[in-house]
Write a protein that binds this ligand. Structure first.
Ligand SMILES: [Zn+2]
Length: 148
């Protein structure tokens, strides 16, 4: 980012604020050459991301839907909302960093499971039972054993 005063290309960020509704980050910078201060705005380019469902249907990726699924698994569990949002951020971030345009719902579910396994075993089992649609008690018991 070039300094608008002297053209120097290096600056340091002295303040950074994300406007959540517009998804724009406002950065206050200071030029390392002339110490002038200026502001830049960054917006993440949103690549439409498609989720391929088990039945082959496609639907747009929904952060809200992902969040709701995780919240359902975490009902009455001692996990902060902040931590849950973080999981969603991480998963969405991973997909965007890989520049994926399509993701299978199974892969998405596996990412959630991996995260839940780390933070809450009960939520993990709840999510897995919905997600993997355990066919019978046997399969469910197997999964429980695997966890131990
Ligand atoms: Zn400058």
């Amino acid at each position: 980012m070039k300094c608008p005063y002297c053209g120097f290309t290096d600056s340091k960020v002295i303040d950074s604020r994300l406007n959540e509704t517009s998804n724009i980050t406002r950065r206050r910078r200071e030029c390392l050459e002339c110490s002038s201060r200026f502001t830049t705005f960054e917006k993440v380019e949103e690549i439409p991301l498609t989720v391929i469902k088990k039945n082959g249907e496609r639907e747009p990726f929904s952060r809200t839907k992902l969040l709701e699924g995780i919240l359902r698994a975490l009902v009455k569990r001692q996990v902060s909302r902040e931590r849950i949002e973080q999981i969603v951020d991480d998963i969405e971030g991973n997909l965007r960093n890989e520049f994926k345009y399509e993701v299978a719902s199974i892969e998405l579910g596996d990412q959630v499971l991996r995260a839940l396994k780390e933070i809450d075993k009960v939520a993990y089992i709840r999510f897995a039972s919905v997600y993997r649609e355990f066919k019978d008690l046997e399969e469910f018991t197997q999964e429980l054993k695997r966890l131990k």
